[in-house]
Every structure is written in C-alpha cells, then in structure tokens.
Design a protein around this ligand. Structure first.
Ligand code: ATP
Length: 237
C-alpha cells in the first residue's frame, strides 16, 4: 500500500557470501512512530539497515518509501527519496565544525523545514557548539549532530544503528530526547538498540532478530524483558 511518510519493507534477504545475514524480514514504520530492532551481536541488524539503505547487496524483497518502490535504486537515490541512515560510530567529519557537518546533510533536491537554526531550536545543547570541531564533542553531542545531519536532508525515514553504544547514561538520555523530537516531527524511525530495557521503554513496536530471522515482534506493553532476552538467544518461536 501507499500512504504518506512510511518505510515499508517486505521479505528482505541479504547475505555475506554463503552466510545468510537476514531473511524474511518485513515491517512497516509509519510517520511519527519508532520501531526498534534488537538482537545479539551478529543477529543481522547492521546488515539489514545497510541493505535497506542500499549500501549492501539485496538478494530479495521490496522496499517502499511513502509508497514509492525504491528497491531498484542505488543508495544515493534512496537517500534522495528520503531514506537516511545514521551508521554505528556516526561518521562525522572530526575536523569540520558542527555547523559544517550539519550543512553537509542538506539535500539539494528536497526542500524541507530543517535548517541549521531549526536543528538548534530542537536540540538546544548544540547551538553553543556551532563552531566547535565535531571531533571535540562528547559521544552524546556527536550523536545529536548525526541525527541533525540526517534531518537536514528532510527525510521520510531515519534508520539509526546502535544508538546508545559507547555513550554515557546521560548522553543516552540526550540522544533519546532528540529522537522523540524527531519522531514527533512526523518522521518514521527505525532504531537498532542492543539495550533491551531501553527498547522496551521507548519503542512503539519492537522486533527481536536472531541469526537473520525475526524471533519476536511485539508492542512494548505486551511483552517482557525476559521474553526479549529469550528471543534474542533464539528461543521462543
Ligand atoms: P552487531 O551488533 O555485532 O553489529 P548485527 O546484528 O548488526 O551485529 P551483522 O553485523 O549484520 O549483525 O552481522 C550478521 C552476520 O553477518 C554475522 O554472522 C556476521 O559475522 C556476518 N557479517 C557481517 N559483516 C560481514 C562481512 N563484511 N563479511 C562477512 N560476514 C559478515
């Protein structure tokens, strides 16, 4: 189906040589919703995100963005269509300033509500860092810049890999505050998070993967931490 501002993936399959890293993965994220993807190391989460972004070869399946089939588009065309990936480690340009890093995310083809000033309004802790080299920022601040950079492209959907990895508890809090604002701005969010407690607390819906497959799919109010742990270990389906 069509619909506005949705990321819709059907039956995605991807591999590394002989190893099938993701298979039969389907979901739909609506505007203003956060879908969490959890699972142990090696479950296939990163490969799935990179495949959806067009950075990894897709062996099967369909990807639609706001109803538009982007499956046959290369990564840069998917980005232009409104699909944004914030990779693990964030990959900012450390010598460039916060403002310059944000400006690099600006889309040349899509004109949206997000300017550097709008980002500073949404994430007030960034404004004072405007001229700081991104490499000098804390992990949490860098995560906020990476999210801001994604917003500058006026995305339909943002996918984030390992949001809280390597961040202090306070920085994780800041990153999630930022994500809630992004969600409330009407963007579809797909969040990879290894911290199951966090996923349970923040998700609108969550999927646990194990060995490339969906092990569990639930609304947070309808599952438990034990069930998530068990699914990530491959039990329960
Ligand atoms: P992590 O949290 O460690 O990133 P993940 O859930 O994101 O785990 P992937 O990184 O997608 O999982 O890995 C899925 C499977 O694919 C694993 O078995 C992994 O060893 C394998 N894999 C990942 N990248 C490569 C690669 N470049 N070459 C070969 N195998 C790979």
């Amino acid at each position: 189906g069509g619909g506005m501002s949705t990321l819709d993936v059907r039956d995605i399959r991807a591999s590394h040589g002989q190893l099938v890293a993701a298979q039969g993965i389907s979901f739909r994220v609506e505007a203003g919703r956060m879908l969490f993807l959890a699972g142990a190391n090696g479950a296939g989460k990163t490969t799935l995100l990179r495949t959806i972004a067009g950075d990894h070869r897709q062996d099967g399946g369909t990807i639609r963005l706001s109803g538009v089939n982007v499956t046959d588009m290369p990564a840069h065309m998917r980005a232009r269509a409104g699909l944004s990936l914030v990779p693990e480690g964030r990959r900012l340009f450390p010598q460039m300033t916060v403002r310059e890093n944000l400006q690099l995310g600006a889309s040349t083809s899509r004109e949206g509500p997000w300017s550097v000033e709008a980002i500073y309004d949404a994430f007030p802790n960034l404004e004072k860092l405007d001229r700081s080299p991104a490499g000098k920022l804390s992990g949490g601040e860098q995560q906020a810049v990476a999210i801001g950079r994604a917003l500058m492209g006026d995305p339909v959907a943002i996918m984030l890999d390992e949001v809280s990895l390597g961040l202090s508890p306070a920085a994780v809090e800041l990153a999630y505050q930022a994500l809630r604002k992004v969600r409330d701005a009407g963007i579809a969010l797909l969040v990879v998070e290894q911290d199951l407690t966090r996923a349970l607390a923040c998700a609108d819906e969550l999927i646990v993967m194990c060995e490339g497959r969906e092990m569990l799919r639930s609304l947070p109010g309808e599952t438990t931490l034990d069930a998530l742990v068990s699914a990530s270990l491959g039990h329960g389906k």
